[in-house]
Design a binder for this molecule. Structure first.
Ligand SMILES: [Zn+2]
Length: 194
């Protein structure tokens, strides 16, 4: 067979949601992340598979996964900062649909997975099961997520470290490339705090 013959000239990206791909194209042209908020979200974006009203957060984690998959370093980094700011700075609770998507689509060593586990460990409360849509998703929680939560709760040091979302140290999840970058980060762990 002639080398190069029948080589495909197009790549099919069937599993990528159009709304997320559009955000990626927007970023390529503008270098800006323009995830619409709930008020400005359009019908196509509402059609993504998530709990109703959770479109912004699902688009954000999907865009992060896409940037990781295509090894787009700048976008990966920007999305990491955006997600860490949402969950560890503003203490926005990640719902179970976000956790299920993240564990199904990010590499197992990604610090965003650590952040989701840590947040869940220090913020879960039985009344959250009153949210019917989320309660149904408990059955779909990934084995890896459940194991990590179990290990965190079994470790008394870990349980003492994280009592509320306010105990999360955003920089723990930044994956800084250099020591200088880490030193300059305003969200790093205060000296002397383990
Ligand atoms: Zn940092």
């Amino acid at each position: 067979m002639e080398v190069g013959k029948n080589r495909p000239t197009t790549v099919e990206l069937e599993d990528i949601v159009p709304a997320v791909f559009n955000l990626f194209i927007d970023w390529l042209y503008s270098q800006k992340i323009s995830i619409p908020d709930e008020v400005n979200i359009n019908v196509g974006e509402k059609a993504i598979d998530c709990i109703q009203g959770n479109e912004y957060h699902m688009l954000a984690i999907m865009l992060y996964a896409l940037a990781n998959r295509f090894l787009v370093r700048d976008l990966t980094r920007s999305m990491n900062r955006l997600l860490v700011a949402d969950y560890a700075v503003k203490a926005t609770r990640p719902s179970l649909d976000i956790i299920i998507f993240a564990f199904g689509n990010l590499r197992s060593s990604d610090t965003i997975l650590d952040l989701l586990v840590d947040f869940h460990c220090c913020a879960w409360h039985p009344w959250l099961r009153d949210y019917e849509e989320e309660a149904k998703l408990e059955k779909e929680l990934p084995h890896d997520f459940l194991l990590r939560v179990m290990h965190a709760h079994a470790c008394s040091n870990e349980a003492a470290r994280l009592q509320t979302p306010g105990d999360l140290v955003p920089c723990d999840y930044h994956e800084h490339d250099t020591l200088a970058e880490w030193k300059a980060c305003e969200y790093k762990r205060p000296k002397g705090v383990m």
